[in-house]
Ligand binder design. Structure first.
Ligand SMILES: NC(=O)c1ccc[n+]([C@@H]2O[C@H](COP(=O)([O-])OP(=O)(O)OC[C@H]3O[C@@H](n4cnc5c(N)ncnc54)[C@H](OP(=O)(O)O)[C@@H]3O)[C@@H](O)[C@H]2O)c1
Length: 409
């Protein structure tokens, strides 16, 4: 065990030769990494092998790079770093686990795989004393995880909120700014490589929830499972909801947020009305934006491309580069044992549009400040507990859509 550790440390700290990369996946991000790597002079790394799924697909680079046998990478002693960029979750977890067990450092962009298996991946990193970096998984090009780990390495951070999904932000920007129809904007996002292979992960706010789960670990030291966080997407938004937002001089954005009040931490992923004057309104199309709030630093804003091959590839490359100087996540917030506890017991102010009388909806609200009924468009604004909201049956009705108001903590 001790010798192995020395060997791993030697690989990273005294590496004068080129790092050899074994890459899994050569789709949007894999090709982005290839292109970014070949345009970056300052990094001493080269791709040795690429494992893909479909051997007959036409590839833009030499056939000798490719294999469908994952062991050609995992069992190659020359390969120092495994870069996992595939769009399958179970296969990705198998690949990452096998690589860590062989003490090969791993870089991944696969938020779903990481969010669903966080505890197991942490355990593997500790047991095999091997680094696993995943900056690209959160906001593609925005360096959020390393900032949370290194700059916000204390307990002064109070809130992280933002637009973490480039695909839905692209769709909503087109709807609000260019009057595009939802389906047309989604097709564009897919064509440009901003959408996940399964677009419902974006539209139903699962993708930003996976990212939020990763952020929660590095921001507040809390490991949760996907089912622990409430998510609601933009799939049911109607023209009337868009009109309502415009009348209020706002846009609708899909917001992911985690925040701390005392030692209680809450988190959710939902559409919200964002006034045009709000900082997050600057975040358009495939861009992501993050507002961080600290007890003394107040607000800080990060914005950058949240999707696309080159943007994501550049974050993957930055992780590869970080490995050359021995970087690994220390999981500072987890190790500080901050005693934060996660809760869903929080009251939120919400707009709900619906068909019919709205009786089952109104019954669940603690208070209602606005109730509007007109032919074809009914809505209310009121306060509801998130614990109750998560259990309601009316949320499954495609005629219902919910949007947080701007008056929420
Ligand atoms: N696209 C983005 O903007 C973006 C941004 C941030 C993070 N990510 C994440 O990055 C990862 C890759 O996304 P992507 O957009 O590049 O996906 P993609 O374009 O669909 O490409 C997926 C690649 O994975 C390969 N693959 C699938 N299953 C495999 C298996 N079992 N073994 C080996 N190779 C396999 C495919 O092989 P074939 O070529 O043979 O089909 C393909 O090359 C995902 O986890 C995604 O969530 C994407």
């Amino acid at each position: 065990m001790f010798l192995d550790t020395i060997q791993v440390n030697l690989i990273y700290s005294t590496m004068k030769r080129k790092i050899k990369l074994g890459v899994f996946g050569f789709g949007c991000v894999g090709q982005g990494l290839y292109s970014v790597l070949h345009q970056t002079k300052g990094i001493n790394a080269e791709i040795k092998k690429i494992c893909i799924k479909h051997p007959d697909k036409k590839r833009p680079i030499e056939a000798s790079f490719f294999t469908t046998n994952r062991d050609e990478i995992l069992n190659d002693p020359e390969i120092d770093v495994v870069v996992e960029l595939i769009d399958e979750v179970d296969a990705a977890f198998e690949i990452v686990s096998a690589a860590l067990k062989k003490r090969k450092a791993v870089v991944s962009a696969n938020k779903k795989m990481i969010a669903e298996n966080f505890s197991a991946l942490l355990q593997l990193q500790q047991q095999y004393e091997t680094p696993f970096l995943y900056e690209a998984s959160c906001c593609a090009s925005i360096p959020v995880i390393r900032n949370l780990e290194e700059y916000y390495d204390n307990d002064l951070l109070t809130s992280v909120e933002g637009i973490l999904n480039g695909s839905t932000n692209y769709i909503l920007t087109h709807i609000f700014d260019n009057n595009k129809a939802f389906d047309e904007a989604l097709k564009d996002a897919q064509r440009l490589g901003y959408a996940e292979s399964d677009p419902s992960l974006d539209i139903k706010a699962l993708d930003p929830k996976y990212k939020l789960l990763i952020i929660l670990v590095h921001a507040f030291g809390i490991i949760l499972k996907p089912d622990d966080i409430f998510n609601y997407g933009i799939q049911n938004l109607k023209d009337a909801d868009i009109r309502h937002a415009r009348e209020k001089n706002a846009r609708i954005k899909l917001i992911a947020k985690c925040s701390k009040i005392g030692n209680k931490v809450f988190a959710y992923c939902m559409p919200r009305f964002v006034p045009v004057s709000d900082t997050l309104n600057k975040v358009a199309y495939e861009y992501n934006g993050l507002l961080l709030e600290g007890a003394f630093s107040e607000h800080q804003f990060f914005m950058g491309k949240g999707a696309g091959g080159s943007a994501t590839g550049s974050a993957v490359l930055s992780d590869i580069s970080a490995l050359t100087y021995d970087y690994r996540y220390e999981y500072k917030k987890l190790n500080q044992q901050l005693n934060h506890s996660y809760t869903r017991d929080i009251e939120l102010e919400m707009y709900v549009s619906y068909n019919g009388s709205g009786k089952p909806i109104t019954d669940d609200f603690e208070s209602i400040s606005v109730k509007h009924e007109s032919p074809g468009f009914n809505y209310l604004i009121g306060k509801i507990n998130l614990l109750k909201l998560a259990k309601t049956k009316w949320l499954e009705d495609p005629m219902v859509s919910i949007v947080l108001t701007e008056n929420n903590i």
